[in-house]
Design a protein. Structure first.
Lengths: 176, 134
């Protein structure tokens, strides 16, 4: 009897701890925008999915897993789109997605920053992405602007018409 | 070809070309379920067709004034070459990012670059005195 009571208490305690650290899951709203720009090219990725668990008060338990469909690239020019998904650039046939998986979050002066692994093609690198989060009721909005060196991920050849440093601007409205 | 005749040729071939462009636009848009109306407006199509044909007609007027009508066949060749060269601008054209299926745009716009010259060359014989051999 004593053993059962002890076991039940432990279970209750574990459940309580999980309930305490559980962070809200956010669903990505339809009007998200993932833009990229550099000297020589700019455009958007139209298809993006994400699993977002984020709480400003529970950063340690927060988590981002984001996937961008490379084939959804739109530069505004059909020929450029075709070129972008070719093996010289994103090689979409072999690597159809760009993935970001968070590992830790930090509060910064201007908002937050998330560390994680960014996988583009066959290259995975640790990156830190600064972002802001604004919340009103059951809605929220994540916004991030950062740059990545495309050549570090074997995207295109270094130099040429397109600048190596690509500026990414992401605006992700979310709902609970 | 005098100025009035040139003006009339430019206007009629421009109107003909506009009609063909608009009809092609409708057929293409219906067939492929695409909508480029934010980029290719009816007003834009009509104005550019008429302007293009008027410029071609003015070339004829100028060459007639210079009494170099022997160069008319070369002028026609030049118009064809210019139409072909203008296609490059379509291939490099960057559509607004909210426009879907940009890869379908050249299929719509490239033929439209040839319609003014085609219309013009089709109507020229009606406005020129052709030399007939007996």
């Amino acid at each position: 009897m004593k053993k059962t009571a002890f076991f039940m208490s432990v279970l209750l305690l574990i459940g309580g701890v999980f309930a305490f650290i559980q962070v809200p899951a956010w669903k990505v709203a339809k009007d998200y925008n993932i833009e990229f720009s550099a000297k020589g090219v700019d455009g958007v990725f139209k298809t993006f999915t994400a699993t977002i668990s984020f709480d400003e008060a529970k950063l340690a338990a927060s988590r981002f897993v984001m996937t961008i469909d490379v084939n959804s690239i739109n530069t505004g020019n059909g020929l450029q789109n075709k070129h972008a998904v070719s093996d010289e650039w994103f090689d979409a046939e072999k690597y159809p997605n760009i993935r970001f998986t968070s590992s830790s979050f930090e509060k910064t002066a201007s908002g937050y920053s998330v560390k994680g692994k960014l996988q583009v093609k066959d290259v995975t690198k640790e990156v830190t992405i600064p972002f802001t989060f604004s919340k009103s009721g059951s809605k929220g909005k994540f916004a991030a602007t950062f740059s990545i060196d495309r050549f570090a991920y074997n995207v295109g050849k270094s130099g040429g018409d397109v600048e190596n440093n690509i500026k990414i601007t992401a605006t992700i409205p979310v709902t609970k | 070809m005098n100025f009035t005749k040139g003006l009339l040729l430019g206007l009629t071939s421009g109107i003909l070309s506009s009609g063909v462009c608009i009809a092609y636009n409708e057929i293409y848009s219906e067939a492929f379920y695409i909508n480029f109306s934010s980029v290719l407006t009816i007003t834009g199509i009509v104005l550019s067709s008429i302007l293009g044909c008027l410029l071609m007609a003015m070339g004829y007027v100028i060459i007639t004034k210079l009494k170099k009508t022997v160069l008319i066949p070369w002028l026609n060749v030049l118009y064809c070459i210019l139409s072909f060269v203008s296609v490059i601008s379509v291939l490099g054209y960057k559509l607004p990012l909210d426009v879907e299926f940009p890869e379908m745009f050249p299929g719509l716009a490239v033929p439209m670059h040839f319609f003014p010259t085609l219309s013009f060359l089709a109507l020229v014989p009606f406005f020129l005195k052709l030399k007939t051999t007996k």
